[in-house]
Design a protein around this ligand. Structure first.
Ligand code: ADP
Ligand code: ZN
Length: 434
């Protein structure tokens, strides 16, 4: 279902006109009320009169994570604090405290973006949405919550964890939509199997999964194990939280809620703007945000923009499934490796689970990087003969070598020994002091 056809199916030229009007208002407002932005624009030598069309956005300076750190907690506030009704903070994957402060109107926009996202995955008023994203400062829980309220569906605010209770609630309340991180969805399937619960016998028909990178292979696996359609949803605290972009039923990229969040792709090394279709770092400008508006915020996430008609009828541009973030990209002996590439490769290998941990260190004598990949063996292959396990190990070794272009030391570990996560998973330990 299309929640807001007026905005989601808007004529592209009309949308650009709206985006430009909003951009101009935004720049003028923050220049006048936020000293940080005044300084930034002055330093960059940009005047309001320089912004004469949407493409002029490229003249504006970027805002970065370190700007947010430097202005913590309230340095970017663009309204009196009395107007703030809710705050959230980043879950801290990269250790930088990031605050988002929302006015009533910001919460309404967030709920709107989430209602559109949920509706795009087939949700409606009749659904019961069991929300296993964490509630609290993390935006996942409250984002789905606000959106579900707007949609008028029933929300079960169970939050993350407590897996057995999740399974009981899914059964008792016939939840039709389940929301959590993809790694938790996989873990739930594992627990369900142990408890002899057939997920396919439940009433769940769709899952809305995000907050961390996952692969197409992982989607297939979750869809198979749960007997559902698994949708990808994207967002980040700085920009508002989940719902910045979400897949529709066509599942070919995530529609960006472009009237609210203006996307660009840049070359992460040079900062130069890249055309639609080219891969680079995703940058967002919040077009309607009042509390903590951001101009050209560098997300560090890697993707490209898809500017083609979608069979669903929405006219908004889409972003491709994320390739990872520049901060979790490992450079091992000069070669760029994203953890999601490892997941993608593992998922195709029989006899292992997509649970892994990669540890990178630098040899003190040779000064070369050494990476060890721990991979969890499935229960069936674990009981195999040693020579079969050795064959499995050597197979993983050659698959990784051909897919990543580097050699990883492969260590097979017993089933269920690698840590499970109820929220965002952590798969990399980098011990190098770089
Ligand atoms: P943190 O930076 O602490 O993880 P957030 O909780 O705000 O903070 O998470 C936002 C980040 O999570 C995004 O910038 C992105 O890297 C990642 N993310 C969110 N949704 C997805 C998704 N669907 N696919 C891949 N990565 C995602
Ligand atoms: Zn679509």
């Amino acid at each position: 279902m299309i929640w807001n056809p007026e905005k989601e199916c808007m004529d592209k030229v009309a949308r650009e006109r709206l985006q430009f009007a909003r951009l101009k208002n935004l720049v003028e407002h923050v220049y006048n009320v936020v000293p940080f932005y005044k300084q930034k624009l002055d330093d960059a030598g940009v005047k309001l009169s320089d912004i004469t069309c949407l493409a002029d956005i490229a003249k504006l300076p970027f805002t970065t994570k370190s700007d947010l750190r430097d202005t913590y907690p309230y340095g970017l506030l663009a309204v009196p604090q009395a107007e703030i009704v809710e705050i959230h903070m980043s879950s801290g994957t990269t250790g930088t405290p990031v605050v988002d402060a929302y006015t009533e109107s910001d919460l309404n926009d967030w709920a709107e973006a989430m209602a559109r996202s949920l509706a795009g995955t087939g949700a409606c008023k009749d659904d019961t949405i069991q929300n296993a994203y964490g509630y609290g400062l993390f935006t996942g829980g409250m984002g789905v919550h606000h959106g579900t309220r707007k949609l008028g569906a029933t929300i079960i605010p169970i939050s993350s964890g407590n897996t057995e209770k999740q399974l009981t609630m899914l059964r008792d309340f016939k939840s039709s939509i389940f929301t959590c991180t993809p790694s938790y969805a996989l873990y739930m399937a594992e627990r369900a199997k142990e408890l002899d619960i057939d997920l396919k016998s439940l009433n769940v028909r769709a899952g809305v999964f995000g907050a961390e990178p996952w692969s197409e292979g992982m989607r297939q696996k979750i869809e198979e194990l749960w007997g559902i359609k698994a949708y990808d949803i994207y967002g980040l605290t700085e920009i508002t939280g989940p719902g910045v972009a979400c897949e529709c039923e066509v599942q070919k990229g995530m529609h960006v809620n472009e009237d609210l969040f203006y996307p660009e792709i840049i070359n992460p090394e040079t900062g130069e703007s890249l055309p639609d279709g080219e891969k680079g770092e995703l940058v967002f400008t919040t077009l309607t945000k009042q509390g903590t508006p951001l101009i050209r915020y560098r997300t560090r996430d890697i993707t490209y923009i898809i500017n083609e008609d979608c069979a669903c009828g929405r006219t908004t541009r889409r972003i491709h499934r994320l390739f990872g973030r520049t901060d979790d990209m490992l450079i091992i002996r000069g070669i760029n490796v994203f953890p999601s590439q490892i997941e993608n490769a593992l998922i195709e290998i029989k006899g292992v689970e997509p649970n892994y941990l990669i540890t990178v260190d630098r040899n003190p004598i040779t000064h070369l990087d050494e990476a060890e990949l721990q991979v969890e063996v499935s229960a069936e292959s674990f009981s195999d003969e040693t020579k079969n396990l050795e064959a499995l190990r050597s197979n993983i070794d050659s698959v990784m070598k051909s897919k990543l272009g580097i050699h990883l030391k492969i260590k097979l570990v017993e089933p269920k020994t690698i840590e499970r996560f109820t929220g965002k998973s952590k798969r990399v330990i980098d011990k190098r002091k770089l």
